[in-house]
Design a protein around this ligand. Structure first.
Ligand code: PMP
Length: 381
């Protein structure tokens, strides 16, 4: 069998199992998407605060630009000539808002998660990671030279058992978790993780706030703010591609960690820096996040409403956030459910293995503050 035939056979097997992925052809129309000529309400976007569809916000930002200040490319790595001043401004703003010594901005969360841990963790370090962490973090674990073990999802007893059993052989231990989990929409017990860390002198915490930045806490900084434990998290990262309606990612950390990453983190060093105009937009949004409590409260209300409707309808769901899964089970059934929703004008997508475990295929409703209560109540479940 030649190489292409071999690949095709694997694709055919994926298709048979209902797990073949295809790039959708779609057009965007504000809160709607148009697929195959059908206009549907977008229930699959990570634009959690509804900022990406806010034309007034865009207009206000565009007024700050001139042809001279509209910089569509950095043309270089930050270590060469790509380090525009706007990067320093965004990092200073983040460090100050989080009350941390330093911040570092990356091209995306995937870069952050595949680069930070392999850079800082060596063979004397053990990583203990939640079973349901995002693929980018898993790839980071695989890329590094560090031993890693996975603990059962949000299971503090299992985590501590691993810590006791294996931890003494290592100089440093890093616990890795998300704060809001991307597929189940549930929350990590951050305060308990901090309490656990404090009982061991050599334990550090790495928390990915991709689905919480902009959404949780009194000023939208994330679950660490909500739980009052920003200072206790050694590596606190988040992304700008979701609630912040932009692109990129950040880490807030110590000055030393920042400098170390600038010297060792390959996805930071060997890439063209984000376009300065994109960083300027991020900064524009970051400065407004604290004042967006109305949007946060509305989103919280919509999440509760949809969860209640699912439970009342006899569906299995999980979590407490804007990510609301409707667990169907088999992939093929899930695809049919998604197609039915789409026929009714709701663009909700199936999530299948390998993204989620076998037998837990689901419709992943991803709510945004731009939705209305009436719209959420009219989703046919
Ligand atoms: N972390 C988590 C938890 C995510 O869900 C994602 C993206 N879905 C990322 C990191 C990657 O972020 P980015 O899209 O900015 O690469």
């Amino acid at each position: 069998m030649d190489f292409t035939e071999k690949l095709q056979q694997e694709l055919d097997a994926l298709q048979t199992k209902g797990n073949l992925r295809r790039l959708p052809t779609l057009e965007h129309d504000g809160r709607y998407v148009i697929v195959n000529g059908q206009r549907m309400l977008n229930l699959s976007s990570n634009d959690y605060l509804g900022l990406a569809t806010d034309i007034d916000l865009r207009r206000e930002f565009l007024e700050t630009l001139t042809p001279e200040t509209f910089l569509p490319t950095s043309s270089s790595s930050r270590l060469l000539t790509g380090n525009y001043h706007i990067y320093d401004e965004l990092e200073a703003e983040l460090a100050s808002r989080f009350g941390k010594e330093a911040a570092l901005v990356f091209n995306c969360g995937y870069h952050a998660n595949t680069g930070i841990l392999p850079a800082v963790a060596d063979a004397d370090t053990l990583i203990l990671a939640d079973k349901l962490i995002h693929a980018s973090l898993i790839d980071g674990l695989k890329l590094g030279k560090t031993r890693y073990l996975r603990y059962r999802h949000n299971d503090l007893n299992h985590l501590e058992r691993l810590l006791k059993e294996y931890g003494s052989a290592y100089q440093h231990i890093i616990i890795v978790t998300e704060s809001i989990f991307s597929m189940d929409g549930d929350k990590a017990p951050l305060r308990q993780l901090v309490a656990l860390k404090q009982r061991y002198p050599n334990v550090m915490l790495y928390v990915d706030e991709a689905h919480a930045f902009g959404l949780r806490g009194a000023s939208g900084l994330g679950c660490a703010e909500e739980e009052g434990c920003i200072d206790d998290i050694d590596f606190l990262m988040g992304t700008f591609g979701k609630a912040a309606a932009s692109s990129g990612a950040y880490l807030v950390c110590s000055r030393t960690v920042r400098e170390y990453l600038v010297n060792h983190m390959r996805p930071f060093i060997f890439t063209t820096a984000l376009p300065p105009v994109c960083v300027a937009w991020t900064l524009f949004i970051v400065r407004r996040l604290a004042a967006m409590n109305d949007r946060r409260q509305h989103l919280d209300h919509l999440g509760k409403l949809l969860r209640k409707r699912l439970v009342d309808g006899g569906y299995k769901t999980s979590g407490t956030s804007q990510i609301v899964p409707m667990i169907v089970g088999e992939s093929a059934d899930t695809v049919l459910r998604a197609e039915a929703l789409q026929r009714h004008g709701f663009y909700a997508l199936p999530v299948r293995p390998p993204t989620v475990p076998e037998g837990t295929s689901r419709i992943r409703f991803s709510l945004t503050a731009a939705l209305t209560e009436e719209e959420v109540c009219s989703i046919p479940l």
